[in-house]
Design a protein around this ligand. Sequence first.
Ligand SMILES: [Mg+2]
Length: 127
Amino acid sequence: MPPRKVLIVDDSKLLHRMFEMMLRQYPLVHAYDGREGLVRLGENSDIDLVLLDVNMPHMNGIEVLTAMKADPRFANIPVVLITTEGSEEQTDRGLALGASAYVKKPFRNEELLAVVQRLTAGAPAAT
Ligand SMILES: [Mg+2]
């Protein structure tokens, strides 16, 4: 089983550091807004999962998800929406657009790991 590479798209640097601690076994790729997220996807053809913040500058998570689903290179990569209180409408829209799951901030370590393991077939990268 090859390593499962995870792309994190979030404008919060603090959240990137949290993900690094929570997902130690996974090779991570980082992007700090939606536009950069799409660039990183184009550069890394081996990304297996995307953790996608909903509220971001330049392109929000819903716009990124829409672009991914319209692009045959990215359409089948599972997406986990990172949502906040009050963004339920966007969360519903994201799920309707084909997001695989969502986690609501603040989330617990185990909660995030369970979602990531489920969507990567439980196969962390060899270290
Ligand atoms: Mg944000």
